[in-house]
Design a binder for this molecule. Structure first.
Ligand code: PLP
Length: 387
């Protein structure tokens, strides 16, 4: 399949980014913050009942944090370093959640001393650490979710606990003087099956009812995590369809007794706003009769494209050359043979593609700059421009 600009961006948007990119040395990411602004508007309009906590790990650029802060967003933070960054940019601690379930006791204290009072947990030892280092805080338990095989970038197994454990944690939280506040889940990033939320919400509803009936604990909040899509080659439903369906699931399970709803979007807010610009370094064939070319470019798995691991995320790659296309293998510039982006899934690139031509990687605003290595083979980290 060949990539058409209009399937991803208005032509003017692409032209503006291309013009900005013209005189700059590749590789780099250009993010059009107006697209993020629009994505935030779309999300909050589609989910009027939810509060948004931007998952900073998707793209921690100060320009993005500042924009989302001004639009009223809250922030899901995973480390003391992300915390320092958002606080420096003027975000107040009441708009921050410490969403990482894996944390040092001294880091919990660091958050507490700076005023954060909302913590995720999924284990007893972590909960006890929170009770000591952040006394009286609100805690929510993260549960495991199924159906992660339909997520292109699953966040399964490592995070969350079984329902019974989540209930035990909420009971223990009360005993430890914390406020048992809610339940969270994450159905997996780039989740293309909306039914995954149905199953997760039903699970949460069951926990709410049992805690209320068996332990007299009334939880107040559901944190539905992220999982909303970016525009990649493998298309997903549009956001409004997600919102309609998920809101329906919530109403079916909670009726008029709707708890506070939190969303933690990362990818869906920033992915589409970014275009990564790279250049062709070399084109080769491994045998005289080889059916496939190898196209090497100056960006790779270690400079921002790690989500191509197992060819999970399929970025649309656009070139301005047209004509006959050929199935190609595309790989990065480093001396590591894992630095191949797409081999099983061949990329259609024009036969007249030449060394020095530019490649435009669409929908690369999320999980690229933040994942880039700092000096593998001496290559500098991926540069980002925010326009
Ligand atoms: C990464 C992460 C998110 C963001 O997920 P997306 O699929 O990128 O929207 C949200 N919440 C938590 C706890 C995360 O770890």
């Amino acid at each position: 399949m060949t990539i058409k600009i209009e399937d991803y961006y208005p032509k003017e948007t692409f032209d503006r980014i291309k013009a900005f990119a013209e005189d700059k040395e590749t590789p780099f990411l250009v993010v059009d913050t107006k697209i993020i602004d629009a994505a935030y508007e779309e999300l909050t309009a589609a989910f009027p009942i939810a509060r948004v906590f931007y998952a900073v790990k998707a793209n921690p650029a100060p320009e993005i944090i500042r924009l989302l802060k001004d639009k009223g967003s809250n922030f899901d933070i995973a480390s003391i370093y992300e915390l320092d960054r958002v606080l420096e940019l003027g975000v107040t601690p009441d708009r921050i959640s410490y969403g990482n379930t894996i944390k040092k006791s001294r880091d919990i204290r660091y958050f507490y001393e700076r005023g954060v009072r909302l913590f995720a947990t999924d284990s007893e030892d972590d909960l006890r650490n929170i009770a000591k280092a952040a006394p009286g805080s609100r805690v929510y338990a993260r549960v495991l979710t199924e159906g992660t095989h339909t997520a292109d970038w699953p966040l399964s197994r490592k995070f969350g606990c079984q329902n019974d454990m989540a209930m035990d944690l909420m009971v223990l939280a009360r005993e430890l003087g914390l406020e048992p506040y809610g339940i969270s889940f994450h159905v997996g990033s780039q989740q293309r099956d909306i039914g995954a939320w149905d199953a997760a919400i039903a699970k949460v509803c069951n926990i709410f009812e049992r805690l209320r009936d068996e332990d007299g604990i009334v939880l107040k909040m559901i944190n539905m995590g992220g999982g909303f899509p970016g525009n990649y080659v493998t298309r997903a439903h549009d956001l409004q369809t997600y919102a309609n369906e998920i809101t329906r699931f919530l109403k079916e399970d909670f009726g008029d007794d709707m708890p506070e709803i939190i969303l933690e979007p990362g990818r869906s807010l920033v992915a589409n706003a970014g275009i990564l610009v790279s250049e062709v370094v070399l084109i080769s064939r491994k045998a005289r009769m080889s059916l496939h070319r190898w196209v090497f470019t100056d960006v790779g798995k270690f400079s921002g494209l790690i989500e191509t691991m197992d060819e999970a995320i399929k970025y649309p790659i656009y070139t301005e050359k047209q004509g006959e296309f050929e199935a190609s293998i595309i790989a990065g510039p480093t001396c590591d043979s894992a630095d191949i982006m797409y081999e099983d899934t061949k990329v259609q690139l024009p036969l007249n593609l030449a060394i020095g031509d530019r490649l435009y990687w669409f929908s690369t605003g999320a999980y690229t700059t933040s994942y880039s290595a700092i000096e593998f083979n001496g290559f500098p980290p991926l540069q980002g421009y925010y326009i």
